[in-house]
Design a binder for this molecule. Sequence first.
Ligand code: ATP
Ligand code: MG
Length: 304
Amino acid sequence: MAEWAIAVQAVHKQFGRGKRRVHAVDDLTLEVQSGQVYGFLGPNGAGKTTTIRMILDLITPTKGQVRLFGQPVRHHAGVLNRVGALVEGATFYPYLTGRKNLEVLARTGGYFDPARIQSLLELVGMADRADRPARGYSTGMKQRMGVAAALLGNPDLVILDEPTNGLDPAGIQDMRSLIRRLVDEQGKTVFLSSHMLNEVEQICDRVAIINRGKLVREGAVKALLAEKTRLRIEASPVEKAMQILAPQWTLSADGDSSFYVQAGREQAPQIVERLVTSGSQVYQVMIQQQSLEELFFEATQGAN
Ligand SMILES: Nc1ncnc2c1ncn2[C@@H]1O[C@H](COP(=O)(O)OP(=O)(O)OP(=O)(O)O)[C@@H](O)[C@H]1O
Ligand SMILES: [Mg+2]
């Protein structure tokens, strides 16, 4: 059994007082097992960055606590040595080169190693631009440097707040394979927030969706999507086919010759067999899976 990298336990965060009070995070409980890519999703203002700040002990929860690798992050700041993070864009000394910026950060962290810095620059695709002053970097270049900075201390847990922000399509693809490699080849845990739902669907093992500071969905990506799978069946005569299945499945008509069955892929052979043995002719069975994007809108509708 893998250990919990992150445990957010009944955490609340309020900002302001009286009429101006904002419940940014409202009784949030979340557990992230190590060795996976975990996606943290929610509309603008849902409380993602606030949660990430509490995970990193940059701000204190109003109630509840955060544990990293079993240790409460408050008063056990040492556990943060196992964590690397990029929160809402990285900031660099503008007049220093990208490489120098990483060197300064590495020295501060006590892990200065020029060869490692060079390999990280290559990893994030910045080796050829590392010796230019950071002030000339584009948003995407800063983002890449920010990821390199997060990885400097060879952390077990990498927390990335919108890592694909500002990246071009090639950059997004690079980031995706980089994140998967960190987990699959180096055994790290990655916790990332994102608005790019198709990216998240492709790289995350598990996701949590929050809305207005509250958890609304959580689970393995595959399981969440499978829950909403349906089969579209074209059969003749269609009324008879529906009658045969009606006692066991939830059905809805779709035009004159087809209908939908609320069922997963694994039930398709059983359904087809039932139809065929009772004299229906089956012309087509299509498995329709919901996308993470559809699931997201369903979970967060009425957000604004
Ligand atoms: N320092 C602060 N003072 C007051 N309110 C704050 C502060 N930080 C965040 N908030 C409020 O808390 C809520 C959650 O903000 P947060 O930045 O965590 O959202 P988010 O999910 O990261 O959104 P986005 O997708 O836009 O990055 C918002 O209503 C925001 O206005
Ligand atoms: Mg944010």
